[in-house]
Design a protein around this ligand. Structure first.
Ligand code: DX5
Ligand code: ZN
Length: 221
């Protein structure tokens, strides 16, 4: 799956920017609160408008403090997947339960320096694991290949039938880096600058999809 990140899109033309990547699996929406990360983007009113403007399922990535309070409304609004950060939640399982009860898939995200082991036990309460491959906050940063060990760990558990999860990666994904992420067992690739900082975002998505598919052992095995 390919999930273009509108963080690198033109925020004054979001409906057109979504249309430019029609056929994408998810549209990735980065919500930042200027507290959990040193940047401020958009919130629920923009997500609500975007839901009316596109048929692509919205993948909301909440880089915010207090997800217990702020995450469920994104599910109630109609987001397909609502991911929040493990580092920001006191009781991640309770937040996941509330997101699911409101009708969305629930995702847990971990920053590059956050180990996966402490969370393995609770991942069965989630639908998505979002492995950050840059420090969250900004688009256009360089991919951190060292996080792929966490993706491999999750992939093994999914393949063994111990977890049912979409394993997603976010940060620095482009034509040069997507193959190694696919080889590590990623299911869903977020790409911002590699899609929107091009002349043809639709073509960029197609190229990423082809590169990922040909390098994905768990798809061809
Ligand atoms: C960063 C965001 C990413 C961002 C990725 O904090 O979570 O979704 O859009 O941008 P690129 O693909 O340019 O690294
Ligand atoms: Zn993101």
């Amino acid at each position: 799956m390919i999930a273009p990140s509108i963080l690198s899109a033109d925020f004054a033309r979001l409906a057109d920017e979504a249309a430019a990547v029609a056929g994408s699996d998810w549209l990735h929406v980065d919500v930042m609160d200027a507290h959990f990360v040193p940047n401020l983007t958009l919130g629920l009113p923009v997500v609500s408008s975007l839901l009316k403007a596109t048929d692509i399922p919205l993948d909301c990535h909440l880089m915010i403090e207090d997800p217990a309070r702020w995450a469920p409304p994104y599910a109630e609004a109609g987001a397909y997947n609502v991911t929040f950060h493990a580092e920001a939640a006191d009781d991640p399982v309770a937040v996941a339960r509330d997101i699911r009860a409101a009708g969305a898939k629930a995702g847990l995200s971990i920053k590059p320096n956050t180990p996966i082991e402490p969370y393995l036990e609770i991942l069965r309460h989630f639908d998505t694991l979002l492995v950050m491959s840059v420090e969250p906050g900004f688009g256009g940063q360089s991919f951190m290949p060292e996080v792929l060990d966490k993706a491999r760990t999750a992939r093994r558990l999914v393949d063994a039938g111990e977890l049912r999860l979409v394993v997603e990666i976010d940060g620095g994904i482009n034509d040069d880096t997507i193959a190694q992420a696919a080889e590590a067992g990623i299911d869903c690739f977020v790409a911002g600058s590699a899609v929107y900082n091009t002349d043809d975002p639709g073509r960029a998505v197609a190229a990423l999809r082809a590169a990922a598919a040909s390098a994905s052992p768990h798809l061809t095995a």
